[in-house]
Design a binder for this molecule. Structure first.
Ligand SMILES: [Zn+2]
Length: 77
């Protein structure tokens, strides 16, 4: 399940949630309980990857994000 990063506009905290892609569209509540949050670029989970693996995965995610992904299409925020 992918991990998504969010930022709270109430307390400026950033946090991550692991949720399904479907739920990624849903509003996230920050650890302090605020619901005025925005989704940041998807982060890649750092589980069991070498440095090279993380770099490759990060590049792939960036390309996907820029090439017609939700954020690339301007529908985020
Ligand atoms: Zn907050």
């Amino acid at each position: 399940m992918p991990t998504y990063a969010y930022r709270c506009r109430s307390c400026s905290d950033t946090f991550e949630l692991r949720r399904s892609m479907t739920d990624a569209r849903e509003p996230a509540v920050c650890p302090q309980g605020h619901d005025d949050t925005v989704k940041l670029l998807t982060t890649v989970a750092l589980t069991g990857s070498s440095g090279a693996g993380v770099a490759a995965a990060g590049a792939t995610a960036a390309e996907a994000s820029a090439g017609g992904g939700c954020c690339g299409g301007g529908c985020c925020g």
